[in-house]
Structures are given as C-alpha cells and as structure tokens.
Write a protein of this length. Structure first.
Length: 74
C-alpha cells in the first residue's frame, strides 16, 4: 500500500490523512471550526484504528487529497 491514504468518517465531520502505519492527521469539525490533530499510534487500540481506516471497516469511507485539503482550508 502506498501512503498517504485518505479516509473520512461516515458522519462527514472527520477527515484523515494516514501517513504510514502509525501516523495520521485527523481533521475534526467542531461547530464552525476545524481542528487538526496529529496522531502517533502507540497503543494497540490506536494502531487498530489505523488498520480499520485502511481496510474501510466500520464508519470509515474512502476519501482523497482534494477533499482533505478542502476541509483543512475551511
């Protein structure tokens, strides 16, 4: 698999740029603001979340760089 990979939450309020197996950036819409969080997965559960995003399990949908950038820039 090549990185980065882009995902979004089914709710449309969270977007993810997965940089590798243990790093991702999450954009989270809170009201009218968008907050960015850089995550380094250290625990099993954080690493499993990345694997779930990559396999499109549960609430995760495929996205792309343009959609991620559009939400990052507000």
């Amino acid at each position: 698999m090549t990185f980065p990979q882009y995902r979004k939450h089914r709710s449309g309020k969270n977007y993810y740029c997965i940089e590798d197996d243990i790093h991702f950036t999450e954009l989270q819409q809170i009201g009218k603001q968008t907050m960015a969080f850089r995550i380094e997965a250290k625990t099993f559960f954080e690493k499993q979340r990345i694997q779930d995003m990559l396999s499109l399990s549960g609430p995760y949908l495929e996205s792309d760089e343009s959609e991620f950038t559009a939400h990052k820039n507000g």
